[in-house]
Unconditional design. Sequence first.
Length: 259
Amino acid sequence: MGKPLVFATYPDLAGKRVLITGGGTGIGAGIVDAFVKQGAQVFFVDIVEEASRELAASLKDAAPAPLFFKCDLTDLDAVAKVIAQIEQDHGAIDVLINNAANDHRHEVKDVTPKYWDDSLAVNLRHQFFCAQAVAPGMKKAGGGVILNFGSISWHLALPNLSLYMTAKAAIEGLTRGLSRDLGKDGIRVNTVIPGSVMTERQKALWHSPEAGQAILDSQVLPQPVEIDDIAAMALFLSSDNARRCSGRDYFVDAGWYGA
């Protein structure tokens, strides 16, 4: 691991209402922590309840403390209900971080129509409908920020991820479309594209030390990409320092060009 990253401070993020999907673990949890430390009012949703409540408890002394809402993002009625509740109780969302995803592996021969639908529901569909739900409040406020999370995977054509890569490729197109349609209302939309980030899930399910070293050898910067590196990009793009950044893809991958 590299030395700890010292985040820049963005005064304009203090007090902003930030909604983060998939915020209970991994990259999402790191983004929750980073925004809380900027003084933002953070709301995060996740289907994983225990880890999410532990994260919220660990930040309970922050001012303001983050608020967790259990929500299955494939249930669009539940998504709409949670966002409506947040806006009713706290005001319109200023920043939406569409982070939630599931990079489950699969072989082409095993994909059924239901598996296809379920995969796109968990990796793509909710990003649009979360954006749709928060856009009216952002418009009324005179602007806002939507960050959609993509993936390096489809740029490298990694194996056994056809549906995940389909969704992640579509997210970049979604960003283009939303940035055009919402830009007139002062809403900026960008894609953050992480490289290989060794979260606990990745280490447990997919990556051996040997595989991790092979990735480092394929990067132009032979250092691991860490959760804080992704959070730092999310902070910058959400801040007024990125006020002229929209409709683009921002890679945080240490220049990973594959084998």
